[in-house]
Design a protein around this ligand. Structure first.
Ligand code: FRU
Length: 473
């Protein structure tokens, strides 16, 4: 069986990974924690696994940071949360849960203090520091603390939902991280609203950061009445005045099928985000694989000139580029023409010129006869970017489908794509504005090709490709 484990993305050696947590840059080291079940490639009592990096490209496993111990307010799971610097002491603020029976959990906000290397963690004797909303209003979930420092206080938002209304945030402030004062609901949204994006019944993993002179909020849309309970992450750009978040625009954070629960790392004014990319396999195939899920590559966020969210691969990833190949400028035709770039772990940067109704297509992980291929296409007439994995794999256990994102072109009529491929994960960044993540599982040893095509009058204006590798590889 083909090995589908990504080479550069963070994966668990065995067992299950979900949300990234507690992302920190400290003394020159990047720390990533993630939701981890060491015992099986299924979701199960979450631990916090820990990996570190000096360059955001090579990652080293560290001992598991936090494990549920069967007693106390986090007896049955260390669910998602963040890490803050409390006067020099790394402090994890996380959701501790106790089981109340099958699929019923009692959530608590808990604290643990780390040593300087963040390898050893000690629970705060004050745990739990918060257990539910103060008012009697019926809520749908209460979890995933996101904490930041203000002048002389801590502020925290929790993910929640208001029964019959929809996803919401609950806001708190504290002097010492232990005693929290409820400050109301800075934002909620009607679950019946569909445009420009549906935001569901409850919000998981809220992440809030200043960006330019605005704020960005990312939440993950949870709804147990939808086809899959975990839907997708959304972003709101707007202004947070300390009590209320005034939304200027809602949008999807990632338009692909396989990104959820992104978490931020705010470092020296930059906002980086990692997401959880689950397997797009049948349960049985995932179990046979023995490990499940990876994190996305880190992405850097910003604000585009028109006020929309900018999303690009973190610039540090450029240090993984090897064997630079120039992609010559050329007119495109309906015939698929191979590009001089092959491999399972590569980056392609390309710029296309399209007329008002032009269509272009870039294929990766393609077998020479096209039996297996993952294709990224843009249709200027419809302003739609699509990621098509219906033919990505001949293996019946892998998910297919065509996934679309609306992407009007800038006035220059150019489409700029950066496509990062790593074995079974494809991340497509278009015009620094739209990102799509999908997991794909080509099986043929020769499914390593790349190709371009386009309708008459379209052109590949410029491009480059690299093999991606870590360290001295
Ligand atoms: C999101 C989530 C979080 C929760 C964690 C549990 O994927 O459901 O809301 O804290 O996963 O693993």
């Amino acid at each position: 069986m083909t090995d589908h484990r990504p080479i550069l993305h963070i994966t668990p050696q065995r067992g299950w990974l979900n949300d990234p947590n507690g992302l920190t840059h400290r003394d020159g080291t990047w720390h990533v924690f993630y939701q981890y079940n060491p015992s099986s490639p299924d979701w199960g009592p979450p631990h916090w696994a820990h990996v570190t990096s000096g360059d955001l490209v090579s990652w080293e496993s560290q001992p598991v940071a936090l494990s549920p111990l069967g007693a106390g307010s986090d007896a049955d799971g260390i669910w998602s949360g963040c890490v803050v610097d409390d006067q020099g002491t790394p402090t994890a603020v996380y959701t501790g849960v106790r089981s109340l029976g099958p699929d019923r959990w009692e959530p608590h906000v808990c604290l643990a203090r780390g040593d300087a290397s963040m390898e050893t963690w000690t629970r705060d004797p004050a745990n739990p520091v918060l257990s539910s909303l103060p008012h009697g209003g019926a809520t749908v979930g209460f979890r995933d603390p996101w904490v930041w420092r203000e002048r002389d206080e801590w502020a925290m938002v929790m993910g929640t939902g208001i029964e019959g209304v929809g996803g919401a945030l609950a806001l708190y402030r504290s002097k010492d991280l232990r005693t929290w004062r409820y400050e109301g609901v800075p934002l909620q949204r009607d679950e019946r609203e569909r445009e420009p994006v549906w935001t569901g019944r409850m919000w998981e993993c809220p992440q809030l950061a200043p960006l330019g002179d605005q704020h960005v909020l990312v939440v993950s849309v949870w709804d147990d009445r939808s086809a899959r309970t975990l839907n997708y992450p959304v972003a709101a750009i707007g202004r947070f005045d300390g009590l209320r978040f005034e939304v200027e625009r809602w949008r999807r954070f990632d338009h692909g099928p396989d990104c959820y629960a992104p978490a931020f790392l705010i470092d020296a004014g930059r906002v980086l985000a990692w997401g959880w990319s689950w397997e797009a396999l049948s349960d049985q195939a995932r179990r046979e694989q023995g490990w499940a899920s990876c994190l996305t590559f880190p992405r850097e966020l910003g604000i585009l000139p028109d006020g929309d969210l900018m999303i690009t691969p973190a610039p540090e990833l450029e240090s993984a580029r090897r064997d630079h190949v120039v992609l010559a400028s050329k007119p495109l035709s309906a015939e698929q023409r191979p590009l001089p770039a092959t491999g399972r772990c590569l980056e392609i940067e390309s710029e296309f010129a399209l007329g008002p109704a032009g269509q272009v297509r870039l294929e990766v992980l393609r077998s020479p006869d096209g039996e297996e291929t993952t294709s990224i296409a843009y249709d200027a007439g419809r302003s739609i970017l699509s990621l098509d994995r219906t033919q990505a794999s001949v293996w019946g256990e892998a998910s297919g489908g065509v996934h679309e994102a609306r992407l009007p072109l800038d006035p220059d009529g150019r489409l700029r794509l950066r496509v990062l491929v790593d074995t079974s994960i494809v991340e497509v960044f278009a015009n620094d504005r739209v990102v799509m993540t999908a997991r794909v599982y080509p099986t043929r040893p020769d499914s390593v090709g790349t190709a371009v095509s386009g309708s008459p009058g379209t052109r590949l204006v410029a491009g480059a490709a690299w093999r991606l590798a870590a360290g001295s590889d």
